[in-house]
Every structure is written in C-alpha cells, then in structure tokens.
Design a protein around this ligand. Structure first.
Ligand code: F6P
Length: 327
C-alpha cells in the first residue's frame, strides 16, 4: 500500500443520481478507517476552482445513506474545461495539501478527471454515478436502479388512465445517448414498444406495430421513448404518428427530472457503498487514472479513457424479448 496518500478529496459532478450520498459516506468512512483525512468539495469542479473545500469526518456523513441528491451539491463546470480553470483548481487542492481525489459522476466528470490527472499527475479515481447507466466498465451505475423504479411507477399510473380512455401514450424518459432507462422501463411496465438510440426503430416500423395492435383489438398503448432517440423526442414522434394514425387519441408525458430524485433503492445504496469502499482501496493500491466498477459482481478497474470512449453494449436479447412480450 502506498503511504504517499494522506489527504483525499471527494466530490460529485454532472447530473445528480440517487445513491451519491451513500458513495460519499462510504468514501469518508473507509478513508477514516485507513487514517486518511478526507475533504468534501462542494459543487464538483466549480467548487474545486473556487476553493470551496471542507473537512469531512465520519459523523458528518451520518443520516445521509437514504437521501437522494448529493450533500456536496453538483454542477456542470464550463470553467474546468479551460486550462486556466484547471490550474486554479489545482492550486486550491494544493492549498489544502490534497494528495488525490475521488470523483462521483459520469462521462463529463471522468473526461475532466483524466485531463486533470495528465496535466498535474494528481491521482484521480472515478465512481460511476449517473442514472443513464451508460459507462463502459461497470454493469450498473449508481442511480440507475432507482431511476427505472421511479419511471416504472410513473408508467403504471399512466397505464391506468390510458386504459380508461383508450389512449396511446408516448412516455419520454431520460437517457441522453442511451436507451438503458427506456428499455428497462418498457420491460418493467409492460409497454407496447420502446424507441431507443441503439435500436433505431423508424416511425414507419412504429406505425406498423400500432396498426397490428389495433387489428388485434388492443384498445390502448404505451410507447416508451428515450430522450436521445434519433427519430425525435416523444412530442416529435407523437406529432408524426398523429398525421398518419387516427385510431387513438394520442397523449405525451415527459417524466423528466422526477426520475433523478428520491430516496435511493437498496440496490443503489449497496452498489454505492461497495464502489465508495473500493475507490479508497484503489487509491491506497496506487491506482491513479481509473474508474472503479462492478462487473459480474466483482470489482473491476477501467481506465477513464475506456470508460468514456468505449460503448457499453445494450443487451440485444432484452430488446428482442421486449418486442415478443408486447404482442
Ligand atoms: O446524464 C444524466 C442526465 O439525467 C441525462 O439523462 C439527461 O439528459 C441530463 O442528465 C439532463 O441534465 P440537466 O439536469 O443538466 O438538464
């Protein structure tokens, strides 16, 4: 174990995700167990630049494991994208004698982390925290499980009213460039169809599916749309379908930021605790430029470069199953 690391900082960055607090708690308490001093940086890279950095003791992270959001706040920092911003951030860390950082976030967070490591050689470890689940090198990211449960609960409610009125609903869920949330929500809520970037389903294919359902006397329908769907968002798809399909009254619901909040599921709390615990171990083992993930129930380290650049494949079998179960 390396003895060079004495003081570490933890921060959350990018979109918040339920379970981030559980990760912070695990980092602080694991570090304390190893006699490391821990500092919390407020508002991600923004707070790093501004020197908004405070000591965190094990008791400071009591009573947070069940809370959504992040006690450290979060931000998407434009300033950190500049060399000047990163220089200021480095100086703030030096002023607190910080030897290494643990970043909880997604793609943008890790892009910043690896650039920062290459420029200043300050060890950076990433914990995958994003509801999108779109990071290579981990089966699941913190927040994803809670988000799909929230989305399914919402779709269950929409199902009741869709059924009562014989309506077709397009329900938009988050997932900027990926369909993990949409596909799992569709399967979990028993939706008729799902439109995601990975499958590239055309409007014509969707119309064909809707016509078939109508012929089978299906009286209402639910279509889950990922916000990053290449053929348009839920409103745009609904407009195109309305032009050619007048069997159903068509409505649109955008679940939006509702799916980013709320108490983390037990699965997310356990995942975040394991990743927080492992991230401190990674630093003590001398790792410097990696994301810690879990693959097949085992801790796995992936370079930030791969975590960001490699595409995480969607399970094609799930997609096919979703279509079959919706007939
Ligand atoms: O990356 C997580 C995410 O929730 C995406 O699904 C979504 O596109 C984006 O963040 C929204 O970000 P913001 O809250 O900054 O608008």
């Amino acid at each position: 174990m390396s003895s060079e690391i004495k003081r570490i900082a933890v921060f959350t960055s990018g979109g918040d995700a339920p379970g981030m607090n559980a990760a912070i708690r695990a980092v602080v308490r694991t570090a304390a167990y190893h006699d490391l001093h821990v500092y919390g940086i407020q508002r991600g890279y923004e707070g790093m630049i501004d020197g908004d950095i405070q000591r965190l003791e094990p008791r400071d992270v009591g009573n947070i494991i069940h809370r959504g959001g992040t006690i450290l706040k979060t931000a998407r920092s434009q300033r950190f994208m500049t060399r000047e911003g990163r220089q200021l951030a480095y100086e703030s860390l030096q002023a607190h004698d910080i030897d290494a950082c643990i970043a909880v976030g997604g793609n943008g967070t890790f892009t910043g982390a690896t650039i920062f490591y290459r420029e200043f050689q300050l060890p950076m470890i990433g914990i995958p925290g994003t509801i999108d689940n779109d990071l290579f090198g981990t089966d699941l990211t913190i927040g994803f499980d809670t988000a799909i449960n929230t989305a399914v609960e919402a779709v269950d409610k929409i199902r009741d009213t869709a059924d009562s009125h014989n309506r077709l609903f397009f329900v938009e869920v988050m997932g900027r460039n990926s369909g993990f949330i949409a596909l799992n929500t569709a399967i979990g809520s028993g939706a008729g169809s799902v439109m995601i970037p990975e499958a590239d389903q055309t409007i014509e294919q969707l119309l064909e599916m809707l016509r078939k359902s109508a012929r089978r006397k299906k009286l209402f329908s639910l279509v889950i749309v990922a916000e990053g769907n290449p053929h348009g968002n839920a409103n745009e798809i609904a407009d195109k379908v309305r032009e050619q399909f007048d069997i159903f009254d068509i409505k649109v619901t955008i679940i939006g930021h509702l799916q980013r909040g709320g108490a983390p599921s037990c699965h997310d709390r356990v995942l975040a605790s394991r990743l927080g615990f492992a991230s401190v171990g990674a630093l003590l083992d001398g790792r410097k430029d990696v994301m810690v993930g879990i693959v097949n129930d085992k801790i796995r380290y992936t370079s930030f470069k791969d975590a960001i650049q490699k595409e995480k494949p969607l399970n094609e079998d799930l997609l096919r199953m979703a279509e079959i179960l919706a007939i």
